[in-house]
Ligand binder design. Sequence first.
Ligand code: FAD
Length: 394
Amino acid sequence: MNVIIGAGISGLTIGYLLHKKNEDYIIFEREEPGGWCRTYEINKFRFDAGGHFFHSMDESIESLIGDIGVDMHRVERRAFVYWNKSLISYPIQSNIAQFNFNERFFASFSYIFRSRKTPENLKEFFMTKTGRFLCDRFLYGYNKKMWGKNPEKLPPYFLGRYFPETSLFAPRKQTGYNPVFFYPSQGIGEVIKGFLKKGVRIKKGNLEKVGEGKVRVGGRWIRYRNLYLTIPLPEIIKISPFLKEFREYPFDYVGMKILLLGVKGKLINNAHWIYFAQDNLPFTRVGSFTNISKEMSPGGYSSIWIEVPVRNKIPEDRSIIDAIKSTGLLRGKVLFTRSLHFPYAYPIRDDVTDMVVKEIEGILKRRGIYLSGRFARWEYNTMSDSIKRGMELV
Ligand SMILES: Cc1cc2nc3c(=O)[nH]c(=O)nc-3n(C[C@H](O)[C@H](O)[C@H](O)COP(=O)(O)OP(=O)(O)OC[C@H]3O[C@@H](n4cnc5c(N)ncnc54)[C@H](O)[C@@H]3O)c2cc1C
């Protein structure tokens, strides 16, 4: 029997591909299916757990999404950065041309005379990519808030493909990793529903222990031939006796509170989302699902999401709402809120963690156990990466 733990996009992809091949399998999920890709329907408003968009649609992803009957719409990104009480198009380093004269001068000057040394940490990476001005005025603060630690303490290259290049002149087309993206009209949860409509089998159950050839789920031992784990790696280590030696390893990560707001009114500029670096504002990103797809809320209303990174203390809803109101960017009346908290949102990788994860994957593979997805493989990945890993495994 193939046993899959977790019915997020990773577990469902594996389940679906095994289902199509008529193989024996079962998925265990302790909550509702979907994980980070659930769409929440509240009072005729639809919300995802933060912004979830397909950044690219290559042939393999397009074919799987088509197979499960989901229609994706191509959307041109309208994203901004909150800058001096106004908005600059995202990514800021490609839109220096939108600054005022003084800022343009300092940004250009510091870019031209930027450091050329090989960066040893994330701050130095920004200094070599954009120069000091943008590093000090946006990137440092944004990333400090996002990762809950000073960028000097973070590895240099871990933003990798997500970091857009700097340009001193107005770009002719949008830049960055998601200038256009793909999104179903009723939320990312349509992908989850697509798998379920195909008959993928899920049972409610919490994984409690991983043994050799068997797992304990909801108090019952179940034998497996192949075991696919999509739950966070630190949780896997806690319940796997053969990974005991890694129990003390300090996996670093950031959790997230997502505050969902049903609003009579809208987010200004028809913005899809806005990034915030200011340390007096607890969030890093605020977005409007309605500005992306009209089907996400009734007419005249908006489904708004707010992403608040969490290291220690979880900020109160009230302080988050007051903070967004203080910016003047959200026009209208908040009708209701729903707060979601995810202990694992952004796994942090460095060279040592890379080696540890590789070693763990080796130990597990010898026992017919495979890791898949963002949290099991401990990588800063996308939904497409999760799907592709499932394809590779099956
Ligand atoms: C804020 C944020 C924004 C993002 N935006 C994008 C984006 O725009 N585009 C993009 O491509 N990607 C985005 N991602 C990445 C994307 O969310 C992930 O790649 C993907 O959702 C990972 O899916 P998964 O199935 O691996 O994990 P999960 O979605 O976490 O699924 C794991 C499942 O396992 C279940 N589970 C956990 N423990 C147990 C247990 N003991 N027993 C049984 N079940 C258990 C959980 O309930 C969950 O349903 C974003 C991520 C975050 C955090």
